[in-house]
Design a protein around this ligand. Sequence first.
Ligand SMILES: Nc1ncnc2c1ncn2[C@@H]1O[C@H](COP(=O)(O)OP(=O)(O)OP(=O)(O)O)[C@@H](O)[C@H]1O
Ligand SMILES: [Mg+2]
Length: 653
Amino acid sequence: MTLEDFTEFSADDADAADGESSDAADSADAADPPGTGGQTAGDGAHGGTPTGDAPADVTAGSDATGNATADGDATTDGDATGDESSPFERYAVEATGEDDGLGVVSVSQGLRVAEEAEETTLRAFVTTGNRESVRLGKYLIVPYPDGERLFCRITGLEYAQEFRSDDATEIHARRQMRREEFSERDYKFVADLEPMSVVYDDGGDRKRRMTDRVPKPGAVVEEAADAAEIKTGLKIPEDGVFLGHLSVGGETVETAASPPTVDYRLNDDYADGDPLVFRHTLVAGGTGSGKTHAAKNVLRQYLDPDRTYEMDDGREARMAVVQFDPQDEYAQMHDDNPSIDDAYARRLEREGIAHGGHDDTVALVPTTPNATYPGEGHRAERVAFTIPFSLVRDRPWLVAGSSLNDNQYAGLVTLLKRFFRDYGDGGTYDQFVTSLDDPALKEELHESGRIHEATFDAVKRRVRAVPGGVFDGDARPITDLDHTLVRPGGLTVIPTYHLPTSRQKEMFVLAVSSYLIDDKLSNDPTSDRIKETPLLVGMDEAHNFLADADNVQARKVIGKFTEAAKQGRKERLGLFLITQDPQDIAEPVFKQINTTIVLNLGDEDAISSVNIPTTLAGKVPYMEKGQMVVYSPDNSEPVELIGLPRCLTRHGS
Ligand SMILES: Nc1ncnc2c1ncn2[C@@H]1O[C@H](COP(=O)(O)OP(=O)(O)OP(=O)(O)O)[C@@H](O)[C@H]1O
Ligand SMILES: [Mg+2]
């Protein structure tokens, strides 16, 4: 007997209408009332399954109901008082609430959990009414009889033949082509499940552990719908910095609670490991994918007055955020987003999400003679600064740019050493350039064999090529402004859009960031303020500054940022890098990043560079604005999120 034979047979059998139009679903409905379906009245979804089906199915269907009935009996006649000491009875109580499951654990193709993922076989038969709503990635729960629950996700969905038959035949194909739908009941619909953790109750606390037991054949599989349970199952911290709402396939995961969403948070205290902010964050996404919107929403959380970090001396200190801003967008965080109305604000407050313009925002504006900062679009205070040439004393690479070879660099270092020895910290860039014009100096160094004259000339050319006005401009030096640059609870934005050349932008960004990093890591800091304040250094378009390149400057910068990243935990220094070209960020820095947030990325090299699990990587090219995947192995299982659709501060015009 073939599948077709059976279908025809049941259709004819169920109603006498013409066999062509009445498919098996109709016949199932028709056959339902007198059948077994009546007993499980609320279970319309399963109505079709237990009726006229083949023996295999009857077993599965009756197993679920069988369980419920047996349990029901157990509670009534087993022990009238309902003593809860028997695990069997406890299962009974749960089972009554589970009649809206998606299906049942099937054993027909194996049921096995193993230490190795590839040796695990966990499959669920999905009943006909539930098939449309089942999606890859969905989180499911499979209860064990004793109340523990297996938390898992769907990794595969498959139609399998219900009966042994060949559907690749002329007769089947032609029949199928003549009717509009196929009959669900003719096929098994099976979901592959990946066990993620066992969720259990430990003296009132919900906990998770590695999957170490196999569910019972026939156990009812249901969608995970309890926010706390989902968080436990995925190891998402209860508290922390809000990143977005859990989603699957671009749809938020909904629970029965209010709000129905599951908030994803990044651990931010010392009770449970370290605040992950000090183990560094990368936000990667293509142009227009929503990086800045998402970054502002995250940075805003770190500026919340309630958020403090314990320092080594026992003080609780608020975070200072310094954000490098190539597109002149972040100073807007000073202002409210007009589209956040009272109702939305109340929702944010209910969810513990900090929002609104941040008053303590300062735009610290690089000055050069040939550029003015328009600073439109925000009302933050602005303070001009310049880079004192003295910063170069410990950072010769700042004037080396990208074109000195090692030999020339050594020459530059020698020249700077002599210069600062003679002029002290007050020595200026102009004085240094002038000093290089002294033929006696060149001759002396050449004769003593310390710097060849050709090398001397190359260094001189390079030093002269530094764009005018970067050093010692008409504004306060950044080193005098450390209390403006770093303020506990304050946001400092360093805009660079108004600077005419990329070399100028780069010099300002690298000078200020290395000043911050060096003081943070130093045992003898020039600024106690920088040393003693938890600090988040944010860098948009980070690939422009942290790319790998074969020159002295790049090596020094990468070395510095790598060191900063390694020491970050100890010194309370976090890096927050934002980029559309993650593949360009130097590997040593990249390796130090613990939390990766990926928005839509089209470029394959970029996707593979962010190093996220393949199940997540596959989603990245399809994500819409605000959708993201978060890979933060020390925080949670890898997940997909939807960021807030509105920016918590002003963003855009
Ligand atoms: N989650 C979201 N929901 C709705 N709109 C969003 C979301 N995220 C961003 N947008 C909107 O999309 C546009 C682009 O966002 P954004 O400026 O953050 O992108 P970007 O990735 O930083 O772009 P660029 O590459 O230009 O820097 C903005 O108008 C922003 O308001
Ligand atoms: Mg942007």
